[in-house]
Design a binder for this molecule. Structure first.
Ligand code: IMP
Ligand code: MG
Length: 333
């Protein structure tokens, strides 16, 4: 049964997965929306009914009254979850009877956050993510089913989601390909699987996949301690125009041109069927259409040429032109 639509980020996060998730929920009748990796390190900016809402752990489905689940591939922070529930309530969104946490999702504790607070190497979000996954893998972790604060939300994910007949599920990813634990630029990565395969680890398999929506930006951004941004004025302009500051930590994001080399790799490994390229409006204002190919900057000169190039690149991967969307709005593709 092809009942999964998966959203993945093809760069370093912050490409507009929240926007795509919101769009797909408007378009498709989902029975469930599932967050499949990461935790409170994520920041999804969504425009709902004309209002800006930032989510961290809670899937976008709650805004549409769809059962929304924090899946077993995630790590959940009960304290920050409570805070986020209240923030959504303030924004007029009630999560009651819509928000669930899988029994077997691992929990982020205060001790994890205290350890992460000392990080000086990676430039983490200090949300305890790596330490919670570490404890999961060394088999010392605590799961949602053993956490009293999470009792009102916990479900048997197999029974309630995986094995439910007639389900149609949106898998909402976090972070991105360049931050993936295996395929990202290690060690400057997060500690979870940010690919479509990572979505499947939540109890699904290849025969479930209906579509894979890959999301990228027409330029790139990265937040963390490695050097990413070249010393050129243009990237400072991109940062200001694009408001490239972290939704979770407020840190300035480093900017660079669209990298075709990593884009191809991300498209291939994720098996994307649809692509959304965000922030066309920002680059149009600067009118500088450059890409990185084979490690070198290449001037595409015009918006049209750059779009054509991306469409051509996607052809060998079986992504049709009609499935490539160039987005120039904050609130929709
Ligand atoms: P951690 O996930 O907090 O351990 O951080 C590891 C790296 O991933 C750091 O470079 C973070 O800035 C980055 N990171 C984690 N979550 C996100 C996100 O949602 N968007 C962008 N970068 C992220
Ligand atoms: Mg973000």
């Amino acid at each position: 049964m092809k009942n999964l639509d998966i959203i993945v980020d093809l760069q370093y996060g912050d490409c507009g997965k929240g926007k795509v998730a919101h769009y797909l929920c408007e378009k498709t009748k989902y029975t469930h929306v599932v967050r499949y990796n990461g935790g409170a390190n994520a920041g999804h900016t969504i425009y709902h009914k004309g209002r800006k809402v930032v989510t961290h752990q809670i899937p976008v489905g709650v805004m549409f009254g769809i059962k929304s689940v924090i899946g077993p591939g995630c790590v959940v922070d009960p304290e920050l979850l409570e805070k986020e529930i209240l923030e959504l309530k303030d924004a007029g969104i009630n999560v009651s009877k819509k928000l669930f946490v899988a029994n077997n999702t691992h929990v982020v504790t205060k001790a994890h956050k205290d350890e992460d607070a000392k990080d000086a190497k990676i430039g983490t979000t200090k949300k305890g993510i790596g330490y919670a996954y570490r404890d999961k893998y060394i088999r010392l972790g605590k799961r949602a089913e053993d956490t009293p604060e999470l009792k009102p939300y916990t479900i048997d994910f197999y029974k309630e989601v995986v094995n439910k007949p007639d389900s149609m599920i949106l898998m909402e990813g976090a972070q991105g390909f360049g931050l993936d634990i295996d395929w990202g630029d290690y060690p400057y990565v997060t500690s979870s699987s940010c690919t479509s395969a990572g979505a499947l680890l939540n109890g699904f398999n290849y025969s479930n996949v209906n579509s894979v929506w890959g999301v990228a930006k027409i330029y790139e951004t990265y937040v963390g301690n490695k050097k990413f941004e070249p010393e050129e004025e243009i990237f400072k302009k991109i940062r200001e125009l694009g408001q490239e500051y972290g939704a979770t930590t407020g840190r300035p994001r480093q900017c660079n041109y669209f990298n075709l080399d990593t884009f191809r790799k991300a498209v291939k490994i994720n098996g994307v069927t649809h692509v959304v390229i965000s922030k066309m409006d920002i680059l149009r204002e600067l009118n500088e259409w450059k890409v990185i190919e084979n490690g070198k900057v290449k001037n595409m000169k015009t918006e049209k040429a750059m779009k054509e190039k991306i469409i051509q690149e996607l052809k060998p991967f079986g992504v049709k032109k009609s499935n490539v969307f160039f987005s120039e709005k904050k609130d929709t593709i």
